[in-house]
Write a protein that binds this ligand. Structure first.
Ligand code: SF4
Length: 500
């Protein structure tokens, strides 16, 4: 386990925006020279090395500061295959050092005013604030609890500014009535189905409205993706509003890739005012996955866990990230993606726990073709005692062809298709589409028996017309909605749009 990691670079080193006094510039220069080769430090000015097993996470091309993305594997970063996933390395070392619980603390986004500046000065100032003698005595004691407390009295205020105050605790939602029909059904113990409808590539809405009408009777809610593969399409919010006008309940997806903290808060207030009650918080595919020319991909403002933390606090504590009070906090049911087959199941379980602590109330998983592997992941969640804190909707995608199966297996991050399924698709020849549906139905049959699974999330990838058949033949036809659903009144004025 080497601490010396020269040349481990992805994002460019950060430099301060403003001209600092000479002393701070000198200290920053020394810090850069020492911490760069030792820890792969990028001089983000918001040091979190204490929590990340002394490996700087800022090498991650997606700027993730709270754990691996759904594409993380042992072998390589999915965005830049020439390098390992830095978060896999952080998790591996943390588990080896017995520091894995430290990874649960929800770390803040960068304060860009600090970016490029030194952190050692902050540590020194905090040490003086606590008292030099007190810190020296606390660190010299044999009592490990007192040593940890002293250490934390210096480092915690440096890494957790007042405007963030992240922790490693579970925060149950602070409202009583369900925020949405989807939440009501899940609370009632119903095995639900949600489905994804692809937003159109243009301003034409004909296919979108037909697909919404097609799947609406069979599902509890419809997801609208937010520019998957970093490719522009109609916005998830526009599709969500159209779905509500057609009497369907939407799940608004938000990719952190394309949004700053300011835009995010404005976006969810607007969405809540329009009546959107389900939000899925995602990191989003890297801009590198999208068509050229490459968008800026080395400066990311927030990650999906920070998004959950911000949105949960807006709803439950009624304030913006900057601390201003919200007169009418937005109301929503918060979801996140989960990836049972990325990295290692115990790593993923810790990552999922962090999402739940930050605010995730439901998971929609990546595509699952291996119920046994899914069970291993569920067992890891059970070991962390989190199955009763989240609803899990397992991702299902019927395979249309052998080519699609191969593409999914080889190119879609976090997707693994077992050999047995590949062979069946190969043997089916021209009947591969029908074979794919039969495989999906068999998988659904096996997965719905697993403890901890609360439903399915069907991602038909442009094959929306298969959704009614899958739901019907799997015996999951949705019961009628309540006549007078007990759903929390939105804190904003009644939505101007027609609601079901
Ligand atoms: S696989 Fe994901 S988390 Fe890991 S370094 Fe690459 S982008 Fe970051």
């Amino acid at each position: 386990m080497s601490l010396f990691t020269p040349g481990r670079r992805w994002q460019p080193a950060y430099f301060p925006f403003k001209r600092e006094p000479f002393g701070r510039r000198l200290l920053a220069g020394i810090e850069r020279v020492v911490k760069g080769p030792l820890f792969g430090c990028r001089m983000c000015g918001n040091c979190v090395l204490q929590e990340t097993a002394f490996i700087c996470p800022m090498e991650c091309p997606k700027g993730a500061r709270n754990g691996p993305c759904g594409g993380s594997t042992e072998e390589q970063c999915y965005v830049d295959p020439t390098r390992p996933c830095i978060w896999y390395k952080i998790y591996e070392r943390s588990f080896k050092m017995g520091r894995e619980e430290k990874l649960l603390e929800v770390l803040p986004p960068l304060d860009w005013d600090e970016v490029g500046t030194e952190t050692w000065g902050d540590i020194w100032r905090q040490t003086r604030k606590v008292g030099l003698g007190k810190v020296a005595r606390g660190l010299a004691t044999r009592d490990p609890v007192q040593r940890t407390e002293t250490w934390e009295s210096v480092f915690r205020p440096v890494r957790q500014p007042d405007w963030w105050q992240g922790d490693a605790k579970y925060h149950p939602p602070a409202y009583e009535e369900p925020a949405s029909e989807l939440e009501r059904r899940l609370r009632a113990g119903e095995f639900v189905v949600t489905a994804e409808v692809a937003p159109p590539m243009s301003a034409a809405t004909g296919l979108l409205t037909r697909n919404i009408d097609l799947v609406k009777p069979y599902v509890a809610a419809i997801n609208f993706t937010d520019c998957p593969s970093a490719t522009p399409r109609m916005s998830s919010l526009a599709c969500s509003v159209m779905a509500m006008q057609q009497g369907a309940e939407p799940v608004l997806q938000i990719a952190a890739r394309d949004i700053t903290r300011v835009g995010l808060q404005a976006h969810v207030i607007g969405a809540a005012a329009l009546g959107v009650r389900n939000i899925l918080c995602l990191s989003g595919d890297s801009a590198r996955m999208g068509p050229p020319p490459l968008a800026r991909s080395d400066v990311i403002d927030i990650d999906s866990i920070q998004m959950l933390w911000i949105l949960r606090r807006m709803r439950d504590e009624g304030h913006y990230l900057d601390g201003r009070k919200l007169k009418k906090p937005p109301m929503y049911f918060l979801g996140a993606a989960a990836s049972p087959f990325a990295s290692r199941p115990e790593f993923q379980a810790l990552r999922e726990e962090k999402k739940i602590n930050a605010g995730a109330q439901f998971f929609q998983t990546n595509l699952v073709y291996d119920p046994d592997g899914l069970e291993i992941w569920l067992n890891e969640l059970a070991k962390r005692n989190i199955l009763d804190k989240v609803y899990i909707l397992v991702g299902v995608t019927p395979l249309k062809s052998l080519r699609m199966a191969r593409y999914m297996h080889e190119h879609v991050p976090g997707v693994r298709i077992p050999d047995a399924i590949m062979k069946r698709m190969e043997a089916a020849g021209d009947g591969a589409g029908e074979e794919g549906v039969l495989i999906a139905l068999e998988l659904m049959e096996a997965i719905k028996k697993l403890e901890g699974v609360n439903g399915f999330h069907i991602m038909a990838v442009g094959w929306e017309k298969i959704v009614p058949r899958l739901v019907t033949e799997a015996g999951l036809t949705a019961p009628a909605k309540l006549e007078t659903p007990a759903i929390a009144t939105p804190p904003s004025a009644q939505p101007a749009l027609a609601m079901h």
